[in-house]
Write a new protein. Structure first.
Length: 167
């Protein structure tokens, strides 16, 4: 996984997942609203479809590794990404997202000020935020230094607290 920061949005996986939301959900509503339930369902279906595609390939160590270590991790990254999107919205009253359009993939900035969140959306996101804080979790163990781990934990705990306030 390529990463250049501590948030999921600052990783290649997170940006790919966010691009899926932009392409499959936000464009369809002209960036008017971010529907959390739809985003969760969309990402889970997309990841599951990719897993099924890889299962159709001849069995190999590389394929098995990709499924178990990359695609299965995407479920966690998807939940954390959506939690981070909500966190941004709760902190600022909007969520800024970019859509890359045209031949040169020029970025167009959108400010989404309407989030649709149901009572069923937050508990699974909060459970995932709690889970990744366990020292046994792969996400927790993946940080290169203690300093970066502490920064990430502070971020995850801030996201968790913000979502809990809005539960």
């Amino acid at each position: 996984m390529g990463a250049w920061g501590i948030t999921v949005r600052q990783s290649d996986d997170g940006l790919d997942l966010l691009d899926t939301i932009v392409a499959e959900q936000l464009r369809k509503v002209d960036f008017a609203a971010f529907n959390v339930s739809e985003a969760i369902t969309l990402l889970n279906q997309t990841i599951q479809e990719e897993i099924e595609q890889y299962k159709q390939k001849p069995p190999s160590k590389a394929t098995d590794f990709y499924i178990s270590e990359t695609l299965m991790h995407d479920f966690t990254n998807a939940a954390l990404l959506i939690a981070e999107c909500l966190y941004d919205y709760y902190q600022t009253g909007e969520f800024v997202v970019y859509d890359y359009v045209g031949e040169n993939y020029d970025p167009v900035e959108y400010h989404i000020k309407n989030f649709i969140v149901t009572g069923n959306d937050l508990p699974p996101l909060l459970a995932e935020l709690e889970s990744v804080q366990s020292p046994e979790h792969w996400k927790y163990q993946g940080w290169a230094s203690e300093k970066i781990l502490r920064q990430w934990l502070k971020h995850i705990q801030s996201v968790q607290q913000s979502l809990e306030k809005n539960l």
